[in-house]
Design a protein around this ligand. Structure first.
Ligand code: CP3
Length: 364
């Protein structure tokens, strides 16, 4: 009797989805897989919906079409998690900057942030109002998913967002943003502080509206010198993680995945940031990484996205090498080490997903 009552009224904290279980380091029937930038230009069905929407940003702002493209790679490949279709740069736009995805040359943010007054003019968005289309997309996606796979929300890290805001778009040299960091550190700090508040509010709103895990992308953390990565980028990420609501509206824990490209040397520090999962790029051996942080965090990764251009047998061999390098331990989520390229062939992606889905240690 007591046991039954307990079973009925105890909060349900152990998830059944293999992706969420792996995030918590719980055993799974097989290694879950999803792919960074899984919804995108390499899929002809995505290009069709993007044409219907008009352009990329209009697609992000149309909840029904955003839900449709979120679902496409799950339907085609049988992936284990969906990721919200949006972009990290909707935050600077909601803070008051003009955002344009010009054809070919990448995103343009204007006017770029330079003087202290520019930072002062940036507003901290109210996500329910200024980013309501993201919240509507989350609800539309959850309805479409019908709990078949969990939904991952995301944001850029303050440092990575700052690179786009100060450079006015993508950069090869990062000279303006590094110049600000070194020559006017107080301006950089006030920009990062504002972004910490904006990103914390934004991710908490995503959680309230139903995302079941969140990933923080620090795509440009690797541009920073070692101490700077720890004191500037990771420090601001830690403040965000400390401010997140870690239990979703369904009573389940919401794991945080930290992906910082080019930061394998800082694995131990990232594992102590409060996140549950560290995403690895392809330059770190995942077996050695596991030994460094075993029991502290789960690991996500880490195939070189460029290898998806290789022959099917080579893709299979590399995926199996990574699975064996991590070994038969819980807490591995298979992914690429960075986003999938637009010129990738969907058939090659299918080879990768089938290899991971079909892999078992008992047969190897
Ligand atoms: O499927 C998914 O992963 C979800 C959607 C998603 C997009 N961008 C869609 C997108 C996610 C998670 C992002 C994150 C993002 N956006 C990052 C961090 C991850 C990374 O790749 O490093 C960054 C740095 C951005 C900024 C950004 N968005 C750039 C520099 C560009 C232009 C370069 C490019 O790849 O075209 C984008 C555009 C973008 N974001 C596209 C998509 C599908 C392509 C837009 C199109 O359809 O033309």
């Amino acid at each position: 009797m007591t046991k039954n009552l307990k079973a009925k009224y105890m909060p349900k904290t152990e998830p059944h989805h293999r992706f969420l279980r792996a995030c918590q380091g719980l055993p799974t029937d097989r290694v879950p897989i999803w792919i960074m930038r899984q919804a995108g230009r390499y899929l002809p069905e995505y290009m069709q919906v993007r044409r219907e929407a008009g352009d990329f940003l209009s697609l992000c702002k149309n909840p029904e079409l955003a839900a449709k493209v979120t679902w496409q790679p799950i339907e085609r490949f049988g992936l284990d998690a969906a990721i919200l279709f949006s972009d990290i740069l909707v935050i600077p736009e909601a803070m008051g900057m003009g955002l344009n995805f010009g054809s070919g040359e990448g995103p343009i943010l204007e006017p770029r942030i330079d003087a202290p007054g520019d930072v002062g003019r940036l507003r901290v968005p109210d996500p329910e109002k200024d980013l309501h289309y993201v919240m509507d997309a989350i609800q539309a996606i959850r309805a479409l998913l019908e709990d078949r796979v969990p939904l991952i929300g995301f944001s850029g890290s303050p440092w990575t967002l700052a690179t786009y805001m100060v450079e006015g778009g993508s950069s090869r040299t990062f000279s303006r943003v590094l110049g600000m960091l070194h020559e006017r550190p107080e301006v950089m700090q006030s920009l990062l502080d504002r972004l910490v508040t904006a990103v914390t509010d934004y991710l908490n709103a995503q959680i309230r509206h139903g995302v079941q895990a969140v990933q923080i992308f620090d795509t440009w953390g690797g541009v920073l010198e070692q101490d700077e990565f720890l004191n500037v980028s990771l420090e601001s990420i830690q403040r965000i993680i400390a401010g997140l609501d870690r239990i979703g509206p369904d009573g389940m824990p919401v794991p945080v995945i930290l992906f910082a490209k080019g930061c394998g040397a800082h694995l131990e520090a990232m594992a102590q940031s409060g996140c549950q999962v560290v995403g690895l790029d392809w330059t770190t051996d995942i077996g050695q990484a596991r030994e460094r942080v075993a029991g502290k965090v789960a690991l996500q990764g880490n195939m070189d996205p460029g290898l998806l251009r290789a022959a099917p047998e080579e893709i299979k061999r590399e995926a199996e090498r990574i699975l064996r390098a991590y070994g038969p331990h819980p807490g591995h989520i298979f992914n690429l080490g960075h986003g999938i390229a637009p010129d990738c062939l969907p058939e090659r992606v299918a080879v990768l997903v089938e290899t991971v889905r079909g892999f078992s240690f008992s047969e190897s």
